[in-house]
Design a protein around this ligand. Structure first.
Ligand SMILES: [Zn+2]
Ligand SMILES: [Zn+2]
Length: 138
């Protein structure tokens, strides 16, 4: 059976997921945009029995906006992980995996709440690594 590991930015939290990943849910709701600081949260949903903490389970802090929306983060570096849990599933932030997922985005949700900047402007450039503003045509 395949196994994939993940971790937070500082390395205090590490986890492992067994089995295949069936795709990523991209949530563009206004809460996920704030919580991520970006286009939203990219989430992988796995059954609880497939998820195991390796280190750091108790090194997390949870902010509950309301009963149905909370975000859990590493106490040291603030990486969101996992975003939310229910009785049967763990919701993992896709960006925290260290191993390839071998899957892509399968659903975009709350698209009506998408940031109005969340698209490529005409002529948007893609760089393999960092670029300087002077590298882009103006
Ligand atoms: Zn951390
Ligand atoms: Zn959301």
């Amino acid at each position: 059976m395949s196994r994939r590991k993940g971790s937070c930015l500082c390395g205090a939290l590490t986890y492992e997921v067994e089995g295949e990943i069936d795709g990523v849910w991209m949530c563009h709701c206004s809460n996920c945009r704030k919580a991520s600081g970006g286009t939203g949260n990219a989430i992988v949903i796995v059954k609880r029995e497939r998820f195991h903490w390796i280190t750091g389970e108790d090194h997390r802090t949870t902010y509950a906006l309301r009963a149905t929306y909370s975000i859990t983060r590493c106490k040291t570096c603030g990486t969101p992980l996992p975003a939310e849990e229910d009785e049967s599933n763990v919701y993992l932030t896709a960006g925290t995996f260290d191993d390839p997922l071998d899957a892509g985005i399968k659903n975009h949700i709350f698209c009506a709440s998408r940031g109005d900047w969340d698209f490529d402007m005409q002529g948007a450039c893609y760089f393999d690594e960092r670029s300087l503003p002077s590298d882009t045509p103006s």
